[in-house]
Design a protein around this ligand. Structure first.
Ligand SMILES: [Zn+2]
Length: 380
């Protein structure tokens, strides 16, 4: 590696969370480097975007399409919170293999379980290793679904740099706060102030380090929830409507509500009629056939069903008692949560060369002469 680097992914950090006057260090870093808007990958959910950032490539290459999976052949389904889903090496894998020291510090335990295989120092606030916490001279972390857990993981980053100064660090938080509090809420401001404080300390400690601050997705307010599975079950169509945002963190989204759905036609002869039927729903903003999703969104055809749909701005899809529920929630998954900030200091390229969050790692691969398009075939 040329220079030491840290990538900080603030989970669910829509721009508004950085516009409350409490993130002065981040603003200052933006002045010294750059501060711009970039795009996340779709669907704009956590696993998809960590996989995208860490591999510097779109889902069609790394194969992670959600927090949840469904296999239409076996009808098996479940959470993506372990090994076996990611089909590409991450920058953590590659740097470690080349003898660099690496660290993955996360709030959500699943992020460490999915991406932490070869990492030198792996710590999650959800399932913390007591010895590592002691090593960092810290108290055990607060509960995962609290704003304080996010400040804690940033403090852990600072302490790790102070002690070991690892070559490459990837750090990410939990979007509990963003799901539950508007950007101008005191609790949200307090959390952002704490994250910002530790980012300032990290910069002070190691001002030559490449520092990138971004998000996995944004977050917006929704007022109508739709249970698409229930709606489709009340028609003559036989479908599985899979929610790619679905995960174990119910404190973040009580109804598993997110703004994207993968629709599988169980009876393929119904496919065209299902498409027409979905088109008639006013709560759907866009429908992509499998082929369109591959071409236009970079999604892998074998993991997204027959149709990928996104809700209109005020709509999210969840698991409900009835077909619909009028309720105000904050969530993500669609294009409306695709705009995210990227702040960088000591970046490898000019600001104009960063258009998507995963360009950060794409250029790291490029500098190692590893093209992101190349199938490294090393994970399996
Ligand atoms: Zn997230």
């Amino acid at each position: 590696m040329s220079k030491k680097a840290i990538v900080i992914v603030i989970d669910g950090c829509a721009h508004e969370y950085l516009e409350q006057g409490v993130t002065k260090n981040i603003s200052e870093l933006g002045k010294r480097g750059f501060f711009k808007n970039v795009k996340s990958a779709l669907p704009s959910v956590t696993n998809v975007n960590h996989a995208t950032i860490l591999t510097g490539s779109l889902p069609i290459e790394h194969q992670v399409t959600g927090n949840y999976f469904y296999n239409p052949e076996t009808e098996e389904q479940g959470f993506i919170d372990g090994k076996g889903f990611l089909d590409k090496e991450t920058i953590l894998d590659v740097y470690a293999k080349q003898g660099n020291s690496t660290a993955l510090l996360v709030v959500k335990g699943k992020v460490l379980q999915v991406f932490g295989d070869n990492v030198g120092f792996g710590l999650s606030a959800e399932h913390p290793d007591e010895n590592l916490v002691k090593y960092l001279d810290m108290e055990m972390p607060p509960y995962v679904a609290t704003p304080e857990a996010n400040g804690w993981i940033m403090e852990a980053c600072y302490n790790l740099i102070r002690k070991d100064n690892p070559d490459f660090i990837y750090c990410t938080t939990n979007d509990y706060t963003m799901h539950n509090y508007n950007p101008d809420h005191e609790i949200a401001k307090k959390q952002m102030e704490s994250i910002d404080y530790w980012i300032g300390k990290i910069y002070e400690l190691d001002p030559d380090r490449e520092i990138y601050i971004t998000a996995d997705h944004g977050m917006t307010t929704k007022t109508l929830l739709i249970d698409l599975q229930k709606k489709m079950d009340n028609t003559s169509f036989d479908t599985v409507c899979m929610l790619p945002l679905k995960d174990r963190y119910l404190e973040n989204h009580l109804y598993q509500e997110g703004c994207a759905v993968y629709v599988y036609a169980k009876d393929q002869s119904q496919k065209d009629d299902i498409y027409k039927h979905l088109k008639s729903y006013s709560f759907i903003e866009s429908i992509y056939t499998r082929e369109e999703a591959m071409d236009q969104l970079g999604l892998p055809g074998n993991r997204i069903g027959d149709f990928v749909i996104f809700g209109t701005k005020e709509v999210a899809f969840g698991e409900l008692e009835d077909e619909e529920l009028a309720v105000t929630v904050r969530t993500h998954g669609s294009k409306f949560e695709q705009d995210i900030p990227l702040i960088a200091v000591n970046a490898r390229r000019e600001a104009s060369e960063y258009k998507r969050h995963f360009d950060v790692v794409r250029y790291m691969f490029e500098d190692l002469n590893i093209s992101a398009d190349q199938d490294l075939n090393l994970v399996k």
